[in-house]
Design a protein around this ligand. Structure first.
Ligand SMILES: [Zn+2]
Length: 445
């Protein structure tokens, strides 16, 4: 287990000057505030959700540690805060130019704090209030641009404080969601490996994903202290890994695409969707089942990959997919622009060496594919949803099938379904068999 604090400084080039994670990390808040802004105005950035820790209101506690501070509470767009252009501009105006921003919140508030820090140059101390996603310890923020979720460069927090007393009192659904985001490590690296070896990303480096693979080993430990530390460490390492790779690809494969598409479909309908990690968790069970199903029943691993091509009607398929949730065609255009980049790169890449190397490549690939039964059992250990019908709101069979079929048609990242589109095997029948396999493992619909 690498030392998170020194790894954070190394990875961020010193920008993330202090990463404190442990039973009393919050006690460092006064020191970090003085280090980053010895004088001047301090702003506490938070949302309206009530937060408790150590037997009291967390914001009062933080306020005592920070001293005199102006509080900026970001209002929710629907049920929760959404990082669209309007919210960002309004918050930027309200925060102004203090000497220091202290964010107190989970993923969305921290992402917003990082955007404000990037835009205003004001240092940010992030007080992490839940182990809900891996996006705290990285220089990226997930924004909503033109109705689509996009990950954009923002800035590192100058200090990140992860206090176990605070995490333990976070709403259980937030920490359960973090478990779902953490187990993506059993699915995403296989997609990343595939994309790297086929020349669409890379180079692949096992050392990037290995620390996270090690950290999740204890995620379902019967001892809560061990399991909670595994959760915090795997998510924190996950953020740092994204920083090392300068890409979310090592930790974001098909299972993340599923979550992004569910979000986009819900936003297009003006409906709610469940938390990012909750969706990623149930999707990880299905995506690991997909690898198994494809290995056993599809031809893709036996075909000459050097000759594979995307189908001629790909653009029509992409636009048709998104037209069903956005008749204006804008989302179809946004997604086709992204998918077309992938096609151009695919067509321009020489893969003549791939065919001879394929048996080794496939064997290494499956070394990164997790067991769907273990994925479901780990979610269950934390009381997290294991099936799409357990999500809030529940995802039904039609919406799930549509979402899965849409996987290769959303962005420029190649994952297993792209190859299956090329081999003509990405069909409703394969989706159905995969869902049956996932159900037998304790997940699926
Ligand atoms: Zn994630």
């Amino acid at each position: 287990m690498p030392d998170l604090d020194s790894l954070a400084r190394e990875v961020s080039g010193g920008a993330l000057g202090r990463l404190a994670s442990g039973p009393a990390a919050l006690d460092e808040l006064p020191v970090q505030c003085r280090r980053l802004a010895p004088s001047g105005e301090r702003v506490l950035l938070t949302d309206a959700a009530a937060k408790f820790a150590g037997g009291r209101a967390l914001l009062d506690w933080v306020n005592d540690l920070v001293g005199d501070a102006r509080r900026v509470t970001v209002a929710p767009t629907h049920a929760q805060v959404t990082l669209d252009e309007q919210t960002i501009e309004a918050t930027l105006a309200e925060v102004g130019s203090p000497a220091l921003i202290v964010s107190v919140g989970s993923g969305t508030i921290t992402d917003l704090g990082k955007v404000l820090a990037a835009r205003s140059g004001v240092p940010l101390v992030a007080v992490q209030t839940a182990a809900s996603v891996n996006g705290f310890s990285d220089p990226l923020s997930v924004l909503v641009i033109g109705g689509a979720k996009r990950t954009k460069a923002s800035s590192w927090p100058s200090a990140l404080l992860i206090d176990e007393r605070v995490i333990d009192e976070a709403p259980a659904r937030l920490n359960r969601s973090g478990v779902g985001d953490a187990i993506a490590i059993w699915s995403a690296p296989a997609d990343w490996y595939l994309a790297c070896r086929l020349g669409l990303d890379g180079p692949f480096d096992d050392a990037v994903v290995r620390p996270v693979l090690d950290a999740v080993e204890h995620l379902a430990d019967p001892d809560h202290d061990i399991a909670r530390t595994a959760l915090i460490d795997s998510l924190t390492l996950g953020g740092l890994v994204i920083g090392v790779a300068d890409s979310t690809a090592p930790l974001s494969g098909s299972e993340h695409l599923v979550s992004h598409i569910l979000d986009m479909a819900a936003m297009a309908r003006g409906a709610e969707h469940d938390l990012h990690g909750a969706q990623v968790g149930v999707a990880t069970v299905v995506c690991t089942a997909l690898w198994e199903e494809v290995q056993q029943t599809c031809r893709i691993f036996d075909l000459p990959w050097s000759e594979l091509r995307y189908p001629g009607d790909l653009e029509r398929r992409v636009r048709h997919t998104w037209a069903s949730i956005d008749r204006s065609g804008a989302l179809g255009q946004e997604c086709w622009t992204a998918v077309e980049r992938k096609v151009v790169t695919w067509n321009a890449t020489d893969r003549s060496g791939c065919d001879a190397a394929r048996p080794d490549l496939v064997e290494s690939l499956f070394g990164y594919v997790g067991d769907p039964t273990r994925s479901a059992a780990t979610l269950r250990h934390w009381g997290a949803a294991t099936r799409f019908s357990d999500l809030t709101p529940a995802v039904d069979r039609d919406d799930l099938s549509w979402t899965l079929l849409a996987l290769p048609y959303m962005r420029d990242r190649l994952t297993l379904p792209d190859l299956l589109v090329m081999s003509g095997e990405w069909t409703p029948e394969l989706i159905e068999r995969t869902l049956q396999r996932a159900a037998a493992a304790g997940g699926g619909l």
